[in-house]
Design a protein around this ligand. Structure first.
Ligand SMILES: Nc1nc2c(ncn2[C@@H]2O[C@H](COP(=O)(O)OP(=O)(O)OP(=O)(O)O)[C@@H](O)[C@H]2O)c(=O)[nH]1
Length: 375
């Protein structure tokens, strides 16, 4: 569970870094624009001023990179640091606009470009706050210029630009919150679909269980046994053989008649539990019907199969049941046969049934193996 959480965190951190690198591409483009403006003589400042934009941009971004790389951002409520990154970019672009001269009109739209960065992340409120910050910064710039008479452009033009910027930022805020809502709705639908998928998977599992399991004992049912036995036969090597044991509880009708059907059920469950704990995990045990069970042992000999069934038979014969009076024990008889890769499963089960018949006729509480000469 913790590993899953860690993997999720690492995935999100990678996404944050990818988004950060994408923002760096925009910074790079802006550096190029600054250089072009300076080379073309449109930049209103010295080379040192021009370089200060790039220096400030690079150093602030290095701080963000260090925060991401050291995972320090994970301590924050918003580890993507979107608000901080946008606020820094707005301040940097305002600083650039102060020296952009006649290019200011075209560069002003970088504010909108910065806001697009938060389109999937920010709430409408955050968007409006950042729009307000951009307008306040740009407003302060033109006011200061006007106050100190450093304005080389008309104040009215500046005001119109501010107004155009305000209109676009409001429009962008609306579009962004609409996109965000759409995204949230999609996310919700995705979550609902995932929940449905989980439920369906659970139901499929339950159906699969119902179709393959005997409800009383929890063992595989007859259908599943036959399917699984056939599947295992296809995986056998030519020299291998599997062992089959048909097991039938002795005089089980008496248990039902004397102690009740519920007691009979408990005996069946007790046998299933004992078989599960006595046999190996890869041995297949199934309830074949009524008080009859079947075992399938992989890659075995008649001796091993016999030993295995005898061990189970002895343990069952000694097993006590709460529902039965003291001194009352149950037994079973078993018929054994071997299954080769080329054999017919039905024929092999029939052989085991004949051996079981022999065991019953020979006094019960015993196991017999199929003798081909016996008919
Ligand atoms: N309690 C209970 N009894 C079951 C269940 N399925 C079958 N039986 C009973 O198992 C008994 C099987 O009886 P028989 O086929 O006559 O065999 P038996 O009494 O075991 O005698 P032998 O097999 O000859 O030793 C019947 O009384 C069935 O009603 C079950 O799920 N629960």
């Amino acid at each position: 569970m913790v590993d899953l959480q860690d993997a999720q965190n690492a995935k999100f951190q990678t996404l944050r870094l990818q988004r950060f690198y994408l923002a760096q591409l925009n910074y790079l483009i802006t550096y190029v624009v600054i250089c072009v403006a300076w080379v073309s003589g449109q930049y209103q400042g010295s080379v040192w001023l021009m370089l200060s934009h790039i220096g400030l941009g690079v150093s602030t971004q290095l701080v963000f990179l260090a925060l991401f790389r050291s995972n320090w951002n994970l301590r924050l409520q918003d580890p993507s640091m979107t608000n901080a990154q946008i606020a820094v970019a707005i301040l940097l672009i305002t600083y650039l606009l102060a020296f952009a001269g006649p290019l200011r009109g075209s560069l002003i739209m970088i504010y909108a470009n910065i806001m697009v960065f938060g389109i999937f992340q920010l709430s409408r409120r955050d968007f409006l706050i950042h729009s307000g910050l951009a307008l306040a910064c740009f407003g302060a710039l033109i006011t200061i210029e006007h106050y100190y008479q450093t304005d080389t452009r008309q104040f009215t033009l500046n005001l119109v630009e501010w107004f155009i910027l305000a209109c676009f930022l409001v429009g962008l805020s609306m579009t962004a919150s609409y996109i965000r809502e759409l995204r949230e709705r999609l996310q919700q639908r995705h979550n609902t679909l995932q929940a449905h998928q989980e439920t369906l998977r659970g139901m499929m599992g339950q159906l699969q269980n119902l179709a393959t399991t005997d409800p009383l004992t929890g063992l595989a049912n007859r259908r599943h046994f036959l399917q699984e036995a056939r599947r295992r036969m296809t995986l056998m090597r030519p020299t291998q053989q599997m062992g089959i044991a048909l097991i039938d509880l002795d005089h089980f009708k008496r248990i039902n008649d004397l102690y009740g059907h519920a007691a009979g059920d408990q005996v069946l469950q007790g046998f299933a539990e004992l078989a599960r704990t006595t046999l190996r995990d890869d041995d297949l045990i199934a309830r074949f019907g009524g008080e009859e069970f079947v075992l399938l042992l992989g890659n075995t000999s008649i001796e091993t199969l016999h030993q295995c069934v005898e061990r189970l038979r002895q343990r069952f014969a000694e097993k006590t049941f709460d529902v039965l009076p003291e001194g009352v024990y149950c037994t079973f008889s078993a018929g054994l046969s071997l299954l080769q890769p080329e054999d017919d499963l039905e024929v092999c089960l029939n052989d085991a049934d004949q051996a079981l018949y022999l065991a019953k006729n020979s006094g019960r509480n015993r196991s017999e193996w199929h003798d081909p000469s016996y008919a």
